[in-house]
Design a protein around this ligand. Structure first.
Ligand code: ITT
Length: 201
């Protein structure tokens, strides 16, 4: 595997829903993939106020702790009528137990009486090297918050309450493979994969 630009990559995430999605795009481009959670790497407090800031923070923390190249994902759902909330707070919106059914209900309650249900998913990926270098890649998908009960048991997090523009199904109803073609993470990954392919020659 010496022709690979990255022989070993650590996914600096403790979110089990993200791992198969991130691995899906890059497994053919890196030698070995390991997860921060499995390696017992620390989960830093997300103290920055942008997706990019928190993605860089997570990737650099893992790169410093492991001495390996690390990839982090900071993502979330932004609701326009709620001034972009929960946004970077998406993971914390469901309380300490990270209950996303509750987080979804909270969004629904805050949208009562509001006509604008438009929303978007954002994803910023940060690739960090142990020497402090980093690169970021961003993806976004526009849509709306479902008007009614959550639908679908596929995906994770806010997938059952999000419907992409020009679709009628929630991200919880579309299959794994289809989500990987169209999601915010897919769009951010397009940039990362193009970058890695360039490095691989
Ligand atoms: P790591 O920081 O360890 O990666 P996290 O869950 O704390 O895990 P974030 O801070 O990036 O990650 O929080 C993003 C939250 O937004 C995440 O917990 C999900 O609930 C939600 N989210 C992100 N991408 C999503 C997707 O594709 N589908 C559904 N929900 C998503």
């Amino acid at each position: 595997m010496s022709s690979f630009f990255i022989e070993k990559l650590i996914l600096a995430t403790h979110n089990a829903g993200k791992v198969p999605e991130i691995a899906y795009y890059i497994k053919a481009l890196v030698g070995e993939i390991q997860c921060a959670g499995d390696l017992g790497l620390p989960e830093p407090e997300e103290t920055e106020n942008t997706f990019a800031g928190n993605a860089i923070l997570k990737a650099q923390t893992a790169a410093n702790a492991s001495g390996e190249i690390c990839l982090a994902d900071d993502s979330g759902i932004c609701v326009n009528a709620l001034n972009g909330k929960p946004g970077i707070l998406s993971s914390r919106w469901g309380g300490p137990s990270k209950d996303f059914k509750m987080a979804g209900q909270r969004i629904q309650e805050e949208l009562v009486g509001k006509e604008d249900r438009s929303a978007y998913f954002m994803c910023t990926l940060a690739l960090a090297w142990p020497d402090g270098k980093f690169k970021t890649f961003e993806g976004r998908v526009n849509g709306c918050i479902i008007d009614g009960d959550p639908r679908g048991d596929k995906g994770f997090g806010y997938d059952p309450i999000f419907i992409m523009d020009d679709d009628t199904r929630t991200f919880g109803e579309i299959g794994f493979d289809e989500k990987q073609e169209i999601s915010h993470r897919a769009r951010a990954m397009d940039g990362l994969v193009a970058y890695l392919k360039l490095q691989n020659g």
